[in-house]
Write a protein that binds this ligand. Sequence first.
Ligand code: CU
Length: 137
Amino acid sequence: MKAHHQLGSLVLVVVLSAACGGGGGNSPTSPATPSSPAPTVTPPAAPTPPAAPATNEVIATSANTFSPASLTVAKGTTVTFTFKEVTHDVAFDATTGAPANIAASSSTAVQRLFATAGAFGYQCTLHPGMRGSVTVN
Ligand SMILES: [Cu+2]
């Protein structure tokens, strides 16, 4: 009777050990990956897109000048003639390939396509000496 009791205790210990070992046998769940918030990376400021190329614009200024007075563009470039408050016109010299003249205007913008290579002088007929030129390469 007593021996049987001891045996039972031994069995119990073995069982407990096995249970413990079994528990330890379970593959430990890998520690949860720390749910750290995604690193906040501030992207570098995108470069400011360049403004419309000023080289494609001629301004008929209120000071009775064309600015820039001399402009060089590639063939096929559309040039914007911007008129400020003062009325001006654009009369191209009689050059083959020159675009159409621009009638007297103010506070507006008119575009002309330069499709032919060459040097195209022009003037404002309202203001003597108010000249400019577009060189097309
Ligand atoms: Cu003028």
